[in-house]
Each structure stands twice: as structure tokens, then as C-alpha cells.
Design a protein around this ligand. Structure first.
Ligand code: HEM
Ligand SMILES: *[C@@H]1O[C@H](CO)[C@@H](O)[C@H](O)[C@H]1NC(C)=O
Ligand SMILES: *[C@@H]1O[C@H](CO)[C@@H](O)[C@H](O)[C@H]1NC(C)=O
Ligand SMILES: *[C@@H]1O[C@H](CO)[C@@H](O)[C@H](O)[C@H]1NC(C)=O
Ligand SMILES: *[C@@H]1O[C@H](CO)[C@@H](O)[C@H](O)[C@H]1NC(C)=O
Ligand SMILES: CC(=O)N[C@H]1CO[C@H](CO)[C@@H](O)[C@@H]1O
Length: 331
């Protein structure tokens, strides 16, 4: 009898635990349409704004996609990338890898339109994620689900951006480790690097490959020499050019396609981090696999990896806050 009671008690305990844990789980996760009750028009307002403005400035689709990546890799997708520096804090924004980020004003404008509809409800972190997706869709790229409910972080440190973001000089093992530390695997790495099918780079990010690869005034032998000669003649004419920009997927840098992966196999990936995907067998076969399939397969894989990226280190429930201005913590 006693043992039966104990059994029953234990069973109840298990049931209660399961219930509590499933509640925790729901709370700590994002959900599609998180704002359906609290701000039913939020996603439509954001989508309409992007649809209206990106066609006039299509290069911003790339900038906004990159912004989402840089946000998620540092302290999770919490809009810490948008916070301004203060007298006693150097924010992520001013870190070297962020020097070339664009789209801060665009996001501020989206935020103010959303704030006018529902003050203090929609996080900047969700706005970054939704805008990145909508902008890519507007230029004809893949659609991916953006579950929402991210909260905004309170902290932004320049040093962390420097430490957490992969550099264009990274070799394969450094890239693998960087992505693994964010819960992303090698296939995610190959697929997400495909974002470089749109957008531009400054010469600075790769000019060592053209002018001084090992400190002997030499060129990176893994870079196609015709392509290198062309870049030196027409684009990055000196080793210290800080202003010229180069299309990362020459010929179709505004079209979301498999051009980036094609260039990789032709030894025309612009960064060492791009080239590393070709020189390593595991990732090379993933590139070939993508190229041997229709574009829709790349789109589908990109969507899955983006959804994964969008969950890195998220703050939900009562963590963080909903910022009033994306560039400022509330108090
Ligand atoms: C794998 C490691 C990666 C490295 C080392 C890397 C590095 C870079 C660098 C150096 C630039 C050029 C910045 C400039 O000089 O203006 C760039 C541009 C860009 N990156 Fe990446 N990236 C990586 C992964 C990603 C991922 C995962 C995404 C998005 C999912 C992404 C999206 C972009 C986009 C769209 C641009 C073009 C930005 C523009 O046109 O303004 N990158 N990246
Ligand atoms: C890759 O880069 C890291 C960090 O710079 C270095 O420690 C490592 O030896 C490199 N690995 C290879 C295989 O070159
Ligand atoms: C190449 O790099 C080496 C080592 O960092 C440096 O001493 C040299 O001045 C550089 N050469 C050029 C042409 O920039
Ligand atoms: C850039 O490099 C060139 C030689 O490649 C040199 O003449 C010029 O002074 C350098 N400019 C700066 C700002 O360092
Ligand atoms: C954040 O900094 C930028 C650039 O310095 C500035 O234009 C913007 O007004 C600042 N935002 C806020 C809300 O202070
Ligand atoms: C957008 C932005 O804040 N860019 C900054 C990146 O960092 C450099 C200095 O490291 C600043 O000059 C840029 O303004």
C-alpha cells in the first residue's frame, strides 16, 4: 500500500515535471507569429516597408542579410550589433569586422514605423531577422521561416565582435570551430557562405592574397591567377586600397543563385575563408552536391540553415528588453 502511494506520488511528480519542463521549453523558444495578438500588423508593416524600399536600393538586401549574421554570432540574435557606443563603452559596431556593415539607418526607420503602430512591443532583434528575410525575398532569393519572440540584449562589446566573428583570413579548422561554437555544422557553413552570392567586399578583406600572402610580396597560390591578375589590374590596384569594392559573385552579385559556389570550384572565391571550403574534401563535396541539384535545393537548404542561425543565443520570456530605439538600451 505504502509503495503504491509512493508510486502514485512519483508518477504525479513525473507528470508535474514534464508539464513544467514543457512550459519552460515553450517559453524559451521562438514561435511563428509571436506578435499575432500583441501587434497583429507588425510583420506586414515590416514586409511592406522592405518591399517598397529595397527595389530602389537592392544592394541593401546583402547588407541586411550580413547584419543578421553579425548580430547572431555575437551574444546571440539580440540586436547587440545595433547599439551605439557610449563614453565608456566601445560597442560591436565600431569593431573592425563591422566597419563595412551597412543598413543601420534602414533598420532604424523600420523600427520607427513599427513603434508608431505598437510602441514597445516588437524587438529590434526580431526586426533584424524579419528584414533580412524579407529583403532577400524581394530580390528573388529564398524564403525562410522567421519564428519571433527574440528580446533585445543590454550589452554590446567591440572586443566580442572581434573575437566571435569569423575573419576572411580564417582557414578551414578555424571556420569549422567558429561555426561549431554557434551550433552550426559544416553543411551549414557551406550553405550559409552562399550568402556571398550577393553583395560586395572591400579590397582590404582579401588584398593580402593578391600582394603579400606570406610576407614575401607573393600571391595566394590557391587563387586563380587570371582572376587575381584581373583584380589587380582593374579593382584593387594597390596593396593598401581601402575604398574600392568588388562583387563577391562577379556577373550576378545581385542575384541569389549558385554563382558563388560555381566560382569556388573555379578557385575564384574571394576570401581565404571561401577558398578553404574548396580545399577541404568534406566541404568540397557539399559544394558539388549543391551544384548538382536544382537551385530550389540550395534555397531549401539555405532556409533551414538560416532558421538555425536565427536561434543562436536567443533571449526570450523576460530576458533582456524591448528597446525603444535600436541604437540605445532603454535606461
Ligand atoms: C563563413 C564565414 C564568413 C566570413 C569570413 C565572411 C566575411 C565577409 C567579408 C570580409 C565581407 C566583406 C565586407 C567588406 O569588406 O565590405 C563579407 C560580406 C558579406 N557577407 Fe560574409 N562572411 C562569412 C559568412 C557569412 C554569412 C554566414 C552570411 C549570411 C548568412 C554572410 C553574408 C554576407 C553578405 C551578404 C555580404 C555582402 C555585404 C554587402 O554587400 O554589404 N557572410 N563577408
Ligand atoms: C588554422 O589557423 C589556426 C589559427 O590561426 C592555426 O592555429 C592552425 O594551425 C591553422 N591550421 C592549419 C591546418 O593551417
Ligand atoms: C609584406 O609583408 C611583410 C611581412 O609582414 C612586410 O615586411 C613587407 O613590408 C610587406 N610587403 C609589402 C609590399 O607590403
Ligand atoms: C599605398 O601603397 C602604395 C604602394 O603600393 C604607396 O605608394 C602609398 O604611399 C601607400 N599609401 C598609404 C596611404 O599607405
Ligand atoms: C547612434 O549613432 C549614430 C552614428 O553616430 C547616430 O547617427 C544616431 O543618431 C545614434 N542613435 C541614437 C538613437 O542616438
Ligand atoms: C557602422 C559603424 O559604426 N562603423 C564603424 C566601425 O568601426 C570603425 C572604427 O573601427 C568606425 O570608424 C566606423 O564608424
Amino acid at each position: 500500500m505504502e509503495s503504491k502511494m509512493w508510486n502514485l506520488g512519483a508518477k504525479c511528480l513525473v507528470i508535474v515535471c514534464v508539464m513544467v519542463c514543457s512550459l519552460c521549453h515553450v517559453k524559451s523558444d521562438l514561435e511563428l507569429g509571436f506578435y499575432d495578438k500583441s501587434c497583429p500588423n507588425a510583420e506586414k508593416i515590416i514586409h511592406d516597408y522592405v518591399k517598397k524600399h529595397i527595389p530602389n536600393a537592392p544592394s541593401f538586401a546583402a547588407a541586411l542579410l550580413r547584419m543578421h549574421f553579425h548580430d547572431c554570432f555575437v551574444r546571440g540574435c539580440d540586436a547587440s550589433v545595433l547599439i551605439n557606443s557610449t563614453a565608456n563603452n566601445k560597442a560591436e559596431k565600431v569593431a573592425l569586422p563591422n566597419q563595412s556593415l551597412r543598413g543601420f539607418d534602414f533598420l532604424d526607420r523600420v523600427k520607427s514605423v513599427v513603434e508608431a503602430e505598437c510602441p514597445g512591443v516588437v524587438s529590434c532583434a526580431d526586426i533584424i531577422a524579419l528584414v533580412a528575410r524579407d529583403a532577400v525575398v524581394v530580390i528573388g532569393g529564398p524564403y525562410w521561416n522567421v519564428p519571433t519572440g527574440r528580446r533585445d540584449g543590454l550589452i554590446s562589446k567591440s572586443r566580442e565582435a572581434l573575437n566571435e566573428l569569423p575573419a576572411p583570413t580564417f582557414n578551414f579548422s578555424a571556420l569549422q570551430a567558429s561555426f561549431a561554437s554557434k551550433g552550426l555544422n559544416l553543411f551549414d557553413l557551406v550553405v550559409l557562405s552562399g550568402a556571398h552570392t550577393i553583395g560586395v567586399s572591400h579590397c582590404q578583406a582579401f588584398s593580402n592574397r593578391l600582394y603579400n600572402f606570406t610576407g614575401k610580396g607573393d600571391q595566394d597560390p590557391s587563387l586563380d591567377s587570371f582572376y587575381a591578375a584581373n583584380l589587380k589590374k582593374n579593382k584593387c590596384k594597390t596593396a593598401n586600397d581601402t575604398t574600392t569594392i568588388v562583387e563577391m559573385d562577379p556577373g550576378s552579385f545581385r542575384t541569389f543563385d549558385l554563382g558563388y559556389h560555381k566560382h569556388l570550384l573555379q578557385r575564384r572565391g574571394l576570401f581565404q575563408s571561401d577558398a578553404a571550403l574548396r580545399t577541404t574534401p568534406a566541404t568540397k563535396s557539399a559544394i558539388i552536391q549543391l551544384l548538382n541539384n536544382p537551385l530550389e535545393v540550395f534555397f531549401k537548404e539555405f532556409a533551414l540553415s538560416m532558421e538555425k542561425m536565427g536561434r543562436i543565443g536567443i533571449k526570450t520570456g523576460s530576458a533582456g528588453e524591448i528597446r525603444k530605439h535600436c541604437a540605445l538600451v532603454n535606461h
